[in-house]
Ligand binder design. Structure first.
Ligand code: NDP
Length: 279
């Protein structure tokens, strides 16, 4: 079988062009505050990418690069000031935070209406209650990528490997809302292959490079690879062993160039939607 490689970069560019048109109609540029604590090398790259893409869409970013030795309470006070600042439409705290900080407590300090990542418990609660407002970016990116190759997912069987607050849990809700039957697997799941190989849609979000091989994939399935790890050569790779799975899957997202660019785009979409609410 010929596996369709889903071009996340091209889809991201198309959606970004649509967002740019929406921004042009706004009375002022949306402003996104990006809070970066410390000098985690991958975070520096992610923040740079987000800033460049935001600027192309017409969103102004203000970067606050803070010391890794600051206290959690000082960071929370800083975020509260951003919440109060009328010039700032949306706030993003780049993860991971330094180890001495409680990530959940920091994320809860972002005003829910400025929560660009959609990870505040109020926004997650609205998603689970059926009134989604700001939706977490990576799960939304996965759904868009699935719909790009399969516009109706009604009745399909989706298996998600991973159950984090960032990806797995909200994605399960989005897929339920998209009329799928959903199973969630994790590190304690027994006989993973038996479960994943039944899936019409398989999403892997573990950070375990090469976990998903041909044997895990039903013939013709849509496979979305969220994982990002570095292989022995220092190259970025996903959870899916692409060489093994190509020819078995019907469609597959590459790493890089799949979920990553779409995640940034969904962040920009949230920022634009916050700014549009104010008009
Ligand atoms: P977490 O570490 O928070 O969660 C990983 C999940 O995978 C957990 O639920 C864990 O199970 C499960 N898991 C780990 N190993 C296995 C295994 N061998 N078999 C089955 N399940 C397993 O990670 P995140 O959700 O934050 O991120 C997951 C991956 O996605 C990472 O590689 C991350 O870099 C990437 N990512 C990519 C993004 C993008 O834009 N492309 C955005 C966000 C994340 P348990 O709960 O039992 O521990």
């Amino acid at each position: 079988m010929q596996t369709q490689i889903i071009d996340g970069k091209a889809l991201a560019e198309k959606i970004q062009a649509e967002l740019a048109q929406q921004v042009e109609k706004l009375p002022k540029k949306p402003v996104l505050a990006v809070v970066l604590v410390g000098d985690h090398p991958a975070s520096l790259t992610y923040v740079r990418n987000k800033t460049v893409k935001a600027s192309k869409v017409g969103i102004e970013t203000r970067l606050f690069h803070l010391s890794p030795v600051m206290t959690e309470d000082a960071l929370i006070s800083f975020i509260r000031e951003l919440n109060e600042n009328a010039e700032i439409d949306a706030v993003l705290v780049q993860l991971p935070l330094p180890e001495h900080m409680d990530t959940a407590r920091v994320l809860e300090s972002i005003a829910p209406e400025k929560d660009a990542d959609g990870l505040h418990s109020i926004n997650l609660g609205k998603l689970f209650a059926g009134h989604p407002a700001l939706v977490p970016c990576t799960p939304m990116a996965c759904l868009e990528l699935i719909h790009a190759v399969c516009p109706s997912t009604e009745g399909m069987y989706a298996v998600i490997v991973g159950r984090s607050r960032l990806v797995g849990k909200p994605l399960a809700q989005l897929l339920l809302d998209a009329q799928c039957t959903v199973t969630q697997a994790h590190s304690r799941t027994k006989n993973l292959k038996d479960i994943t190989s039944q899936a019409d849609i398989l999403i892997s979000a573990t950070g375990h490079g090469g976990l998903i091989t041909k044997d895990h994939v039903k013939s013709g399935a849509i496979v979305i690879d969220v994982g990002i790890t570095k292989n022995a050569d220092g190259h970025l790779t996903g959870d899916v062993d692409r060489t093994s799975v190509e020819g078995q899957a019907g469609a597959l997202t590459p790493v890089p160039g799949g979920v990553g660019p779409m995640t940034i785009t969904m962040l920009l979409k949230n920022v634009v939607s916050i700014a549009m609410q104010k008009v």
